[in-house]
Design a protein around this ligand. Structure first.
Ligand code: ZN
Length: 377
């Protein structure tokens, strides 16, 4: 087998042409396009659908000896375009100097193009080594559905390390906080607004709930790298008209957690805190924290590989957004080191006129090639 070469810029443009806006996602055609490229290069490719046309793919190459492969992952779905008009076509991959525009250019089709380009080029070499696994997921933007499906159905084989190619401008982050969203509801008894004393006001109950939440303390106050866990009341709804006593009110809460805070335990703590108010608590979104100690030997090698590019050794930091990484790590048995590292611009994720830097994409291909080769030695 001779080495094939793929231009990561051209591949990013090809991927942008697939409309994978989630909802509804519809990632099948994009996944099949990548699968065909990888199959051609000698990869064994499997497709897994968690819903109609909601396709993730796993591509694997290597001899599966005693050392597990290194895994690279990215999601092919994107967020919607938003209400503001774009000045560039969101699906054409238009370039202007170093920038390529398009929905998903930064988050994160350029990251996928970079690891696929490196993986295709190295395929003949990787075939005789511990190898590489690529996991390209559908449905990340709404609750990591694709990654969760792969982990829950035990469809993941094994990996020794994980690179999540989300947009970090090629800075290696050692994880992110967890995210747990809750809905809280209070109920009352409706009555005419002129006679509130005969009703029971659900909004007043909710006001007390919010007071209780304001005083809530997490079991772990702070983490050495991630800082403090947080709680935000994001929405509130209640009441139908001004001249009635409301019999129902709802809020949603966004918590961002640090390693050591179990989301099931957090839910039970909130339930018992709010039970005296008669409030019901339901967990609606759950994504675990991702964290690897900076002293980990492979993390240090990643830092080493990034140093020339960054003009200095990276400091241990975590990124603000969450990723598929936590679910995939769980699917791989939970003990592997992981970094979040990709060519996109973190500030441009989900923005109007999203773009990626083509120079960074080229640097990312080199970096991923280095990490893939380093793993085989
Ligand atoms: Zn993303």
């Amino acid at each position: 087998m001779t080495a094939a070469r793929i231009d990561a810029t051209a591949l990013t443009r090809e991927l942008l042409a697939f409309n994978t806006i989630n909802p509804p996602g519809m990632e099948r055609a994009c996944a099949r396009h990548l699968g065909a490229i990888l199959e051609q290069a000698g990869y064994k490719v499997e497709y897994h659908e968690f819903g109609e046309a909601r396709t993730s793919l796993i591509a694997q190459i290597g001899d599966q000896g005693s050392k597990a492969p290194i895994c690279f992952t990215g999601h092919i779905d994107t967020v919607p375009l938003g209400a503001a008009p774009w000045t560039h076509d969101a699906f054409a991959g238009e370039t202007d100097g170093d920038r390529m525009y398009g929905r998903g250019s930064t988050d994160m089709k350029s990251g996928i193009a970079a690891f696929v380009a490196a993986a295709v080029e190295l395929a003949p070499h990787l075939a005789r080594s511990p190898g590489v696994t690529l996991i390209i997921t559908a449905g990340e933007e709404i609750g990591c559905e694709g990654a969760r499906y792969l982990a829950d159905r035990k469809l993941l084989d094994r990996a020794g390390a994980l690179v999540v190619a989300e947009p970090t401008a090629n800075y290696p982050y050692i994880g992110h906080k967890g995210l747990a969203w809750f809905e809280v509801e209070t109920h009352g008894v409706t009555a005419h607004g002129s006679m509130p004393e005969v009703g029971e006001n659900a909004i007043v109950k909710m006001a007390h709930v919010i007071g209780d939440l304001d005083r809530f303390r997490f079991p772990i106050e702070s983490h050495a790298v991630m800082g403090k866990p947080t709680l935000n009341v994001g929405t509130i709804r209640g009441g139908l008209n001004t001249n009635s006593v409301p019999d129902e009110a709802r809020i949603t809460i966004d918590t961002r957690t640090v390693p050591g805070i179990d989301h099931g335990h957090l839910c039970r703590s909130l339930e018992s805190l709010l039970a005296p108010r008669g409030a019901k608590v339901r967990k609606i979104v759950d994504c675990a924290a991702l964290y690897t100690e900076p002293s980990n030997e492979w993390v240090q090698r990643v830092f080493e590989a990034c140093t020339p590019l960054l003009g200095g050794r990276p400091q241990p930091k975590t990124i603000t957004f969450s990723t598929d990484g936590a679910d995939l790590k769980r699917g791989f048995g939970g003990a592997i080191p992981a970094v979040v590292l990709g060519p996109g611009e973190p500030k441009l994720a989900h923005q109007t006129d999203e773009w990626c830097s083509l120079e960074r994409v080229g640097q990312s291909v080199d970096l991923f090639r280095t990490l893939m080769l380093d793993w085989q030695s």
